[in-house]
Design a protein around this ligand. Structure first.
Ligand code: ADP
Ligand code: MG
Length: 362
């Protein structure tokens, strides 16, 4: 290495560090900032150079306290838990280390501040917690399902026997009908729980999405005859069969279309569209491009406010008197199993759009 290039070399090293690096002089003014720090602080290094750290970050009391503690004690101090940056209107959890910058002879020359963005780690932790909850739920559900299904079979059998014994016009028939209906409901809850919680191997075959959608729409049209709901389909005929699990995808779209049907009133409209989209993404190896199939289930029902949207995929969240609250949790699981995405757009009083993106693998 040519010694003349050394400063440039060091500058490149610091700029290439994946964490934010900020260096202050003894007066607490910024002398150096790498691109990650610029991004985190939401200010360019040109503007920040020479500015007081305490002014640049005046809102971030936790960060300032840490810097203060380090400079008054002359020690390196870290906080990996409690610092959240509130720049640019978003919250960024940070792991921060503040160290004194010492010259070779031990004379203090300033402060080095290292900022690590913990957003992805926090998201991962949340995903793990969720998976943990679901797997605990799975063990419980499998046990419960077994315990509940047998007595349920007994109740159903007895109610059917009773029904056969009763005369056609016997008022007690109302009671047996209620028993049978409720047994069916408990059975459904147990099956949906099992569905949500048990690990499953996908049975991948070439699936014709439009055939599935047509079949579901046909069944729903028959089931909702009295409500006069209009089903519209805008499907792209060029979409080829995709490699997926047919019965899981049927369940996915059935849940979504059923929700749409339940959301619209008489004379409501449920629309289903499909198209091919190209997703561009930057990967470490450069630009990547993958093709996805996007299917939308659109309804002109009541729509949802934002706080409701946030709860949609939580198991047992339901606003329906006879809902299980498991439908969308199952949808989310099926989409994840297929490495796809699910998105919701909803406006109160206008309606709701659920968008499913599935990788176009053949
Ligand atoms: N298309 C929709 N329009 C309005 N609200 C919806 C729609 N889809 C789902 N929801 C809301 O999400 C909740 C959860 O849905 P889901 O998980 O399918 O359970 P369930 O249908 O048994 O209530 C519903 O109770 C409803 O409040
Ligand atoms: Mg539902």
């Amino acid at each position: 290495m040519n010694p003349e290039n050394l400063p440039e070399f060091y500058a490149n090293v610091i700029d290439s560090v994946g964490d934010g690096v900020i260096v202050l002089n003894c007066a607490g003014e910024v002398t150096l900032m790498n691109p990650v720090a610029e991004e985190l602080a939401g200010v360019s290094r040109r503007i920040s150079r020479g500015q007081k750290f305490s002014v640049l970050f005046k809102e971030e009391t936790g960060l300032l306290e840490l810097a203060e503690m380090s400079s008054s004690s002359g020690m390196s101090i870290s906080d990996h838990e409690n610092i959240v940056l509130k720049k640019n209107g978003r919250l960024t959890p940070l792991s921060v280390t503040v160290s004194p910058l010492l010259l070779a002879d031990g004379v203090p020359a300033g402060t080095i501040i290292l900022l690590r963005d913990l957003t992805n780690i926090r998201d991962l932790e949340e995903a793990v917690r969720k998976a943990d909850r679901l797997s605990a739920l799975g063990t419980l559900a499998a046990g419960l399902a077994h315990e509940i299904k047998n007595p349920l079979g007994g109740i159903r059998g007895a109610a059917q026997l009773l029904e056969m014994e009763l005369a056609e016009d016997d008022e007690l028939r109302d009671c047996t009908r209620v028993v049978l209906k409720e047994v069916q409901r408990v059975n459904r809850i147990v099956e949906e729980l099992l569905d949500l919680s048990s690990p499953r191997r996908l049975n991948l075959v070439g699936v014709n999405l439009h055939k599935i959608l047509a079949h579901i729409v046909f069944l729903q049209q028959q089931a909702t005859e009295g409500k006069s709901i209009t089903f519209q389909r805008h499907l792209d005929p060029s979409i080829p069969p995709i490699l997926a699990d047919e019965s899981r995808l049927t369940q996915l779209f059935l849940n979504l279309i059923k929700n749409a049907v339940e959301a619209v009133g008489d004379n409501g409209v449920v629309e289903i569209t499909s198209r091919i989209v190209s997703e561009y993404s930057m990967t470490q190896k450069g630009e990547g491009r993958s093709r996805m199939v996007a299917i939308e289930v659109i309804d002109d029902g009541a729509g949802m406010p934002q706080d409701e949207i946030e709860n949609l995929f939580t198991p047992f969240y339901t606003t329906k008197e006879r809902g299980t609250g498991l439908g969308l949790a199952i949808c989310q699981k099926i989409v994840a199993e297929h490495r796809g995405m699910i998105r919701v757009d909803s406006k109160v009083g206008r309606g709701t759009v659920f968008t499913i993106m599935l990788p176009l693998v053949q």
